[in-house]
Ligand binder design. Structure first.
Ligand code: SF4
Ligand code: SF4
Length: 294
């Protein structure tokens, strides 16, 4: 018998508010668009959307809200895939222009059901945003496209500024954590392909607290650096519901800070955002501008 662990204080969220928040929400609702920020009830929403110290960041979810995969840490529903909305790329581009976002993150569900796994649709959305204003920085968080280099290249050709793909966890824990179609080597190969072929920043993310050892975290970070990854983010895994993977531990903020230093000073990442509430897209705009453009 194990006592149910209470969430430590450092994971308490502050609800977002303010006029900017209301404005963005309305623009999204009018166009029937979805952000991960809202749908995942992300604790960083207030901080990200307002972009207090630089460009604001919002993360759009493309290609519907149902996924062809079933990762054990993820709250997105599996199966019952819907047809793509051919207007989605231009709708997203219009919303980005109207809201006046300077930094956009695009991500998607996995679409193993589509012939090109959704790569074309994903790429067209990047192109639509850049056509309206090439100055808008676009980060994409892409699926693994089952490691198909041609599909990865389609995304690269669309011209995003940052290409992210998440390894999510250390090698040993890939399968309790991710869908069986995902995998450590496959994800590293996607990152490597991007780093090798394009003049673009490459980024990955790991969840801590699923049972990984320190030496495994270190090894994963090194493998990612070796694959050419520039930026890494580390955050706490939180269980979306009782039917999802258990939290193994709540990692202390000091440990996150130590990993940030190791990643930046020792392993040479351009930057590492690391903390209990950090998500892949956490203040991505501000941090990117700080690290790269200043
Ligand atoms: Fe949105 Fe990502 Fe920021 Fe969360 S961390 S509010 S999902 S941009
Ligand atoms: Fe969630 Fe992505 Fe896994 Fe689909 S592939 S279940 S969206 S983490």
């Amino acid at each position: 018998h194990m006592a149910r662990r209470r969430k430590p204080d450092w994971l308490k969220q502050r609800p977002p508010s303010g006029q900017r928040f209301t404005e963005i929400k309305e623009t999204l609702r009018d166009r029937d668009l979805h952000t991960v920020c809202e749908e995942a009830n992300c604790p960083n929403l207030g901080e990200c959307w307002s972009g207090r110290n630089g460009p604001g960041t919002a993360t759009f979810m493309l290609m519907g809200d149902r996924c062809s995969r079933a990762c054990n840490f993820c709250d997105v529903e599996t199966g019952g895939m819907e047809a793509l909305d051919p207007e989605e790329p231009s709708k997203v581009a219009d919303a980005v222009a109207e809201i006046g976002l300077d930094y956009v993150v695009l991500t998607s569900v996995d679409r193993d059901d589509l012939p090109d796994q959704g790569a074309g649709h994903f790429a067209r959305t990047v192109e639509a945003i850049k056509e309206r204003d090439p100055g808008i920085l676009v980060e994409v968080l892409i699926p693994d496209f089952r490691g198909d280099p041609a599909l990865v290249d389609r995304i690269v050709e669309a011209g995003p500024d940052v290409i992210a793909h998440n390894v999510e966890t250390v090698e040993r824990l890939q399968w309790p954590v991710r869908d069986r179609r995902a995998g450590y080597e496959q994800s590293l190969s996607v990152l490597e392909r991007v780093a090798d072929t394009a003049d673009v920043y490459t980024k990955t993310s790991l969840m801590l607290g699923v049972g990984e050892y320190d030496h495994e975290i270190y090894r994963t970070l090194s493998d990612c650096r070796e694959a050419g990854v520039d930026v890494v983010t580390l955050g706490q895994y939180l269980q979306p519901s009782r039917s999802h993977l258990d939290v193994y531990e709540y990692v202390h903020p000091d440990a996150f800070e130590t990993w940030r230093r190791v990643a930046e000073a020792e392993l040479g990442f351009l930057y590492c955002a690391s903390g209990p509430m950090v998500r892949s897209s956490y203040r991505a705009g501000e941090l990117f501008v700080d690290a790269v453009l200043r």
